[in-house]
Design a protein around this ligand. Sequence first.
Ligand code: LHQ
Length: 261
Amino acid sequence: MSDVLLVTRHEGWMELTLNRPERLNAFNEALHAALALALAEAAEESWRAVLLSGAGRGFCAGQDLGDRAGAEGPPDLGETLERFYNPLVRRLRRLQKPVICAVNGVAAGAGANIALACDIVLAARSAKFIQSFAKIGLVPDAGGSFFLPRLVGEARARGLALLGEPVAAEQAERWGMIWKAVDDAALMSEARALAAHLATQPTQGLALTKAAFNASAGNSLDEQLNVERDLQRAAGRTPDYREGVTAFVAKRAPRFTGRPA
Ligand code: LHQ
């Protein structure tokens, strides 16, 4: 595995650290490739949660803007999205286990929206989120135009995207953009505890919960009720559901395996 991404394997969960701190962990092709490989491994059944974070003082400054310096003619940024960012966002959303993001510092451009693509976002109090695209003549990508209005509403989403002003972690929490702002010193221990906890939970049920939310964005209530029926049917057949009910009735702690039906 390339050192632009640090992969740490814990008991049942993987920790992925973007590791280009001198560029605030901006994405180049090597980082995309390493992350794609790591997320393919994370999809294996033995991994039950993923934690994504950044090395150094930033989380991720989006696309490495120096990557194309010197290239002739206008670049095809659509192709960059098609090849790298769109598959990454789809992988994060479709991964059948929770993905926690620990935003340890600035999250800008695609870096901000990759954080928002994760399931649970914790941010250090000193961290900020910036839709930097407006400052360089681009549009929000990596799912930003989808996630932002759904998380914070149209008015705030449009303001953020058109002005490119930073949102501090506590403001992001108040606006419902992220799960929680935590003290800088506590960020990684809290994020790791959360990942370790989730890795002991009913993974199939959590994966089906992700699927329900993924489907919800484009569905009517009637359609979503049907989705819930189908997903609950699948959840009801998992060994962890059986274990959860058995443990509840026996008044003992459940021992979930995360295995499929
Ligand atoms: C960087 C970057 C960076 C390279 C900081 N690249 N070096 C998708 C598809 C295809 C193409 C285009 O884009 C996209 C999606 C996108 O993500 S577009 C948006 C790209 N990102 C940005 O526009 C953010 C650019 N960065 C910034 O505005 C600032 O660096 C922020 C506000 C993130 C942090 O500011 P500071 O804390 O003041 O740090 P800094 O600016 O001094 O940065 C530290 C170093 O990191 C510095 O290098 P140096 O050698 O001078 O120490 C920066 O040049 C480098 N860096 N972002 N995206």
